[in-house]
Write a protein that binds this ligand. Structure first.
Ligand code: ACM
Length: 270
């Protein structure tokens, strides 16, 4: 069994040191093989200009990367953290994956930008990653928050072998609570949603982040669930083996039964 920790907390906008300290304190007693943190967990979310984002955006070798790499080594854990990324004069809303013994983090750049993110971030240009870890015998797919509205993303990850889909999040709507379990069922994978809570107000507009972080099993049941408010580390033991068999009765298999040759063929009739 794999020990999964899914972290919910309330980042403070613009306060990287305070956010790293909050993460350090939350994770101090935690023993886990995989740790998932929210989107933009070191910076906060609601940026209104690239200028204010710039000093908080990370590149491999930055302050937060060094912090997470040290933590990954100390805990012998894979750490999946949403952070603003600076690269080539642009900014991306990214997920960094830190692995013990691997010095360079893997980076996924958010493909689908939500709401006003487009004013500060570039749309992602990386492939959707599936990370195979032989030590844990686990394949982890990565998506980021609003990617959930696109079933193609979790399907692509599952087809790529993901058994756990990790989804760092800053969710401000409610529909995802119905849909994330469906993403788990339709792909027969675990889905870990690490959401944040609290509010951020900019220019008279307030965003309320909805908490309720959760781990869904391959049958769509919540095996761990946080409240709408308050910091929490959800601990769940997950077994990737059922995710490798996509059948659900003796005749049906959700991958073998796919008909991709028909999915682009729409017959319009009046
Ligand atoms: C979101 O993508 N932060 C909803």
């Amino acid at each position: 069994m794999i020990r999964l920790a899914t972290v919910q907390f309330t980042p403070r906008l613009g306060e990287r040191e305070a956010n790293l300290e909050a993460i350090r304190v939350l994770l101090d007693p935690v023993e886990a093989d995989v740790i998932v943190l929210p989107e933009l967990c070191t910076s906060g979310y609601f940026f209104v200009s690239r200028e204010e984002l710039a000093p908080l955006a990370e590149a491999p070798g930055g302050v937060a990367c060094a912090f997470f790499q040290r933590l990954a080594e100390a805990k012998r854990a894979i750490i999946i953290a949403g952070m603003a990324e600076a690269a080539g004069g642009s900014f991306y809303n990214s997920v960094f994956v830190f692995r013990p013994g691997v010095t360079e983090p893997l980076v996924y750049r958010k493909a689908h930008l939500f709401y006003k993110e487009r004013f500060v971030f570039e749309p992602g240009d990386t492939a959707f990653p599936v990370i195979r870890d032989e030590r844990l015998d686990l394949s982890i797919g990565i998506m980021l928050c609003y990617d959930w509205r696109f079933p193609e993303v979790s399907r692509a990850l599952a087809l790529g072998g993901a058994e756990l889909v990790a989804c760092p999040s800053n969710l401000v709507t409610d529909a995802w609570r119905k849909v994330m379990p469906a993403r788990a069922i339709e792909n027969k994978v675990y889905v870990a949603v690490a959401n944040r809570c609290g509010t951020e107000t900019r220019g008279g507009e307030t965003l309320l982040f909805k908490g309720c972080s959760a781990v869904y099993d391959p049958w769509g049941e919540a095996v761990a669930l946080a409240d709408a408010e308050g910091d929490a580390v959800l601990l769940a033991e997950i077994d990737p083996r059922p995710c490798r068999d996509k059948s659900f009765n003796e005749f049906n298999d959700i991958f073998a039964d796919r008909r991709p040759e028909l999915y682009g063929a729409i017959c319009r009739k009046r």
